[in-house]
Design a protein around this ligand. Structure first.
Ligand SMILES: *[C@@H]1O[C@H](CO)[C@@H](O)[C@H](O)[C@H]1NC(C)=O
Ligand SMILES: *[C@@H]1O[C@H](CO)[C@@H](O)[C@H](O)[C@H]1NC(C)=O
Ligand SMILES: *[C@@H]1O[C@H](CO)[C@@H](O)[C@H](O)[C@H]1NC(C)=O
Length: 412
């Protein structure tokens, strides 16, 4: 299902445009990412947003695999964009470029603009007349597919297919999405060509010879601010200033439905207690918490002695329980990534944003809502990714992780 093969069978017209010779940059190009907590609707229910996203990711895979990708099925099942916390990159479209604030999403693959700042046509804009319509769990857009020049930092993509929203709901404060999930997730999103896929920005950077490999490196850092630009997206490679030691890779999982996303196999131990036996799940920038199967969650709760907090929905511990917390170990293909006690805690200075009490200690590990054995038994979300550098490698069908200078930080 991964692009090298899929690209050949892609029928969308953007691909038939011959790649022009492009100067290959000396090094991969990095784009800053801002994190925003969206408190415009009052306190954020992190858990509700994340569990809804997990359910939508599952439904989406089901709709594709069962071949029921009618427009209606697609509309009902595309993963929700997390309204609570967004990770935003500035992306240029057109020449001269208009800059759009786009949500960076590894769980969807369409790139589109126009929710906030209107699309501005320039001489590079080509209207394909293809209607495109995507309904997310928490909003939607519909409009027309264009091809245009897209700039990501100093990288230029020519004839990138992008959606231009005529109408959209649920995206106040942003302009659209930069979808960097697998190519197949675009299937069914063009109204009149249900079997077509739309090459992602990563696919086009690679096919146009601009980057040597279809690889995206992602760096997040822990933050105690409501809004901060401390993330970085690197196209075509990794940024060695953002991690320590070596990156270790694991093949993408073959287990459905995790295999539709950036899915991997892992097991989880709390101290030396097994919480989750080896199983498949996903790595996802659009999920804030770390979600694990219900049975694993129960084990984690009893091991930590945490209680469920009715106001936030999160697990809560006392400060003496915090002092006794052990590492939560993510074992991936023989390598262990230890999430420290501090890494298991929501930043206390942000407690009130999630409806919590400022001096309480809330845990960022929670339930995915379904028991293990269903093929999507964990989501390593943002709270994992802010402690470990991650690499999304389409060319080699693998995901990589490395420790960073923040892995053991005590910022929370
Ligand atoms: C922020 O939250 C409000 C209300 O909950 C919602 O309408 C809006 O779409 C959200 N914005 C983003 C960018 O998700
Ligand atoms: C992942 O786990 C599944 C189920 O145990 C197994 O079939 C598969 O070989 C494992 N590895 C990969 C890369 O999928
Ligand atoms: C949480 O809600 C449950 C059920 O509504 C109730 O029995 C329990 O007392 C509540 N706990 C706290 C700490 O408020």
């Amino acid at each position: 299902m991964f692009p090298t093969a899929s690209l050949l069978s892609t029928i969308f017209l953007a691909l038939t445009v011959a790649a022009k010779p492009v100067a290959v940059p000396d090094s991969p190009i990095s784009l800053p990412i801002a994190r925003r907590l969206n408190t415009s609707g009052g306190a954020i229910n992190l858990l509700q947003h994340d569990q809804a996203r997990a359910a939508a990711l599952r439904d989406r895979a089901e709709a594709i695999s069962s071949g029921k990708m009618s427009r209606r099925a697609a509309a009902a099942s595309i993963p929700v964009i997390n309204e609570a916390t967004s990770y935003i990159a500035q992306v240029g479209v057109g020449n001269p470029a208009t800059t759009y604030d786009l949500i960076v999403d590894t769980g969807s693959s369409n790139t589109w603009v126009g929710a906030g700042t209107a699309y501005k046509e320039t001489s590079t804009s080509v209207d394909t007349d293809e209607p495109v319509s995507v309904t997310y769990g928490s909003g939607s857009f519909s409009g027309t597919e264009y091809t245009d020049t897209v700039t990501l930092g100093s990288l230029t993509i020519t004839t990138q297919s992008i959606g231009v929203a005529q109408t959209s709901t649920g995206f106040s404060g942003v302009d659209g999405i930069l979808g960097i999930g697998p190519l197949d997730l675009t299937e069914g999103t063009l109204t009149d060509e249900q079997d077509a896929t739309i090459p992602t920005v990563t696919d086009n950077l690679y096919s146009q010879g601009t980057i040597p490999e279809a690889v995206v490196g992602v760096s997040f850092e822990p933050t105690t601010s409501e809004e901060v630009t401390n993330g970085e997206l690197t196209f075509g490679g990794t940024d060695s200033t953002k991690y320590t030691g070596a990156i270790t890779y694991t093949p993408l999982t073959t287990t459905y439905p995790a295999s539709y996303y950036w899915g991997i196999n892992e097991s989880i131990t709390y101290g030396s207690t097994t919480i989750l036996s080896e199983t498949a799940g996903i790595v996802d920038t659009g999920t804030t918490l770390i979600l694990i199967a219900t049975n694993a969650y129960s084990k984690y709760q009893s091991a930590t002695g945490a209680t469920e907090d009715n106001t936030t929905g999160l697990l809560r511990i006392t400060t003496s329980q915090y002092d006794a917390l052990e590492d939560l170990n993510f074992n991936v293909d023989g390598t262990t990534y230890a999430l420290t006690p501090n890494g298991q805690v929501w930043p206390r200075s942000l407690n009130t944003y999630i409806g919590g009490t400022s001096n309480y200690v809330y845990l960022i590990v929670n339930s995915i809502g379904t028991p293990s054995g269903e093929g999507l038994d964990f989501i390593n979300g943002y709270t994992f990714l802010e402690r470990f550098y991650s690499v999304f490698d389409t060319t080699n069908s693998r995901v990589g992780f490395a420790t960073t200078s923040y892995t053991d930080a005590t910022t929370n």
